[in-house]
Design a protein around this ligand. Structure first.
Ligand SMILES: Cc1ncc(COP(=O)(O)O)c(C=O)c1O
Length: 568
């Protein structure tokens, strides 16, 4: 019976190539998946599945692997070079004798020099490049507070007071009530992860949910993926509206189930700088008795000043009763030193944030978040910078950033070959090209010294305006002129392809056109492996890159004086 069936199938497939049979077989589950699930979301799912299955298919699998290997080697060589070419001095091992601080500071000065890039960098530096006032403020605070630690409240009781003041200021800026609690963390990612962890704890204790999920717009920051991965939360990503680039609340609503612990909106999202419909998300959260986190990491110190800066924005804060937590970063538009973010939560959820161990080996051990020891200087620099700049200046900076954004966005709209993505409301202007390769345009901008942030899904690039862009009156004219020239160049060279297509968040480079998630993952792993090497490791490139390679410091002088025991 089985033999006859096999024969029948074999005969009916005679004349078809193995490839078409395999592809035909794959088409069935793909079509089924497209039919059963929401197609926009599933396209990616199908692609991922196909890439997972493909290497295992006889005949196709080896070809597929060959393609991966072919792309991997040159990509790695290039990355290795790229990573190391700008690095300068290398101490290959811990210096035997202490190095004089003058020598170290000279090197550190070079490490921190930003003058070559300056205001041609999108985002990254949020304060003035000219006004050094904050530098000296921070330097003095750091000198006083570098060795303080809020973990030891007995020694420095006022650090908790300063942290509480920052939380209270931020809560008031976002219309929080007097139940708001939270903590200062070292960055937006940490704050977001803290909020997710807290929702998980709350849901476990209050609702008995052991297989939690969160429903989020696909544009949320990768910090949510990190939280999901680390805390065992399933992240259900819902595609945003392709035209407006904002969360599709109806689609999100359809994904909520009994295990959903929270939903998320960004104000604004990093890729396109658009603000999700927070009011609708807040209502959705109330309806389902779940949390609603607003990621205002990027916009945190712009949003509350928008009204006074003359711009009406859709509601985004705790005045919406369903908004139960927010993350906002003083180290972005607050202009504080790096390592400063705030997570705020309504008490109902926030009381689940602290770690409380009553009988740990060292006695009762309680910390407000995951951190143990923290540097008190971060709290104090945040407190002092916010207080030093003050509300009026924040309003003024916000107003000027909005004006600049409007001016540049209007100019980009005039460039027929470009299109703005979504509606920029704060400081980010994202754009794509209509019939040209946007990554090639971005690459050409890089050749002119610009460091734009490439984005994907949708493809595009963005300029994130900060206070540093307000200083040169010619800034917008130079940007637009260079952009027009790059667009023209790409039009004139229709066959030229960009070297890199995949957007690598927060790096200056981009990874070469990738064909599969496997390759992306492999490249990502190797990228960070290579960046922990002190010199290029890939032999083939080492000779050619010699001149640019970091030079080992053989004999660093002068040395610091030896420690002496004055009691002897
Ligand atoms: C919207 C958004 N959320 C979260 C983050 C993460 O912040 P951080 O880099 O401080 O961890 C960013 C960073 O740009 C962001 O734009």
């Amino acid at each position: 019976m089985l033999g006859a069936l096999t024969q029948l199938i074999d005969e009916s497939l005679e004349g078809f190539s193995p490839t078409s049979i395999i592809l035909g077989t794959l088409a069935l589950p793909i079509a089924n998946a497209l039919y059963q699930r929401e197609w926009r979301e599933d396209l990616r799912w199908v692609q991922d599945k196909a890439f997972k299955i493909a290497p295992k298919i006889p005949f196709i699998g080896s070809k597929f692997q060959h393609e991966i290997d072919k792309k991997f080697e040159p990509a790695m060589d290039e990355m290795d070079q790229d990573i190391h070419k700008k690095r300068t001095l290398v101490y290959k091992s811990l210096p035997r004798e202490g190095i004089d601080k003058k020598v170290l500071l000279e090197q550190i000065k070079k490490d921190c020099d930003f003058s070559e890039i300056g205001d041609k960098m999108s985002g990254a530096i949020y304060r003035s490049l000219i006004d050094r006032d904050l530098d000296s403020l921070n330097a003095e605070i750091f000198g006083l507070a570098a060795y303080t630690n809020p973990l030891h409240a007995g020694a420095w009781p006022n650090l908790a007071q300063r942290e509480a003041e920052v939380l209270a200021w931020c809560s008031a800026l976002f219309q929080g009530d007097d139940t708001m609690c939270g903590s200062i963390t070292n960055g937006g990612t940490f704050s977001i992860m803290e909020a997710c962890r807290t929702y998980k704890e709350w849901a476990k204790k209050e609702k008995g949910i052991t297989r939690p999920n969160m429903v989020v717009p696909a544009t949320v920051h990768a910090a949510f993926d990190k939280a999901a991965q680390d805390y065992g939360i399933k992240l259900i990503k819902v595609p945003v509206d392709p035209k407006t680039q904002i969360a599709d609340v109806k689609a999100m609503s359809r994904k909520i189930n009994k295990n959903t612990i929270a939903i998320v909106g960004s104000a604004p999202s990093y890729p396109t700088g658009t603000i999700d419909p927070i009011k609708a998300l807040s209502e959705l959260a109330l309806k389902h008795h779940i949390g609603c986190h607003v990621d205002a990491c990027l916009g945190g110190l712009l949003l509350p000043f928008a009204k006074d800066a003359g711009k009406k924005l859709p509601a985004f804060d705790f005045s919406l009763k369903g908004v139960s937590s927010m993350s906002l970063d003083p180290h972005k538009y607050g202009q504080t030193a790096k390592g400063s973010s705030v997570v705020l939560m309504r008490k109902k959820f926030g009381i689940h944030q602290p770690y409380i161990f009553l009988d740990s080996p060292i006695g009762m051990y309680i910390t407000p978040n995951q951190a143990g020891s923290r540097c008190g200087a971060n709290i104090l620099m945040t407190w002092a910078t916010l207080a030093h700049i003050g509300r009026d200046n924040y309003v003024d900076i916000t107003k000027r950033i909005f004006n600049l954004r409007e001016k540049i966005a209007d100019e980009i709209k005039q460039i027929a070959d470009l299109k703005i993505l979504g509606t920029p409301l704060l400081s980010v202007i994202a754009f794509d090209a209509k019939d040209l390769n946007i990554y090639l345009i971005s690459e050409k901008m890089k050749a002119k010294g610009w460091h734009l942030n490439n984005i994907q899904n949708p493809a595009g690039t963005h300029l994130c305006l900060t206070a540093k862009h307000l200083e040169d009156p010619q800034f917008s004219a130079t940007f637009i002129q260079d952009l027009k020239e790059c667009v023209q160049y790409v039009k004139d060279h229709p066959h030229e392809k960009p070297k890199g297509e995949g957007a690598v968040y927060a790096t200056l480079g981009s990874i070469p056109a990738v064909i599969s998630p496997q390759l992306k993952e492999k490249l990502g792993q190797e990228y960070y492996y290579l960046s922990t090497r002190i010199q290029p490791t890939r032999a083939k490139k080492r000779e050619t890159a010699q001149e640019q390679s970091p030079q080992e410091v053989k004999n660093p002088r002068p040395r610091r004086p030896r420690f002496t025991n004055t009691n002897q």
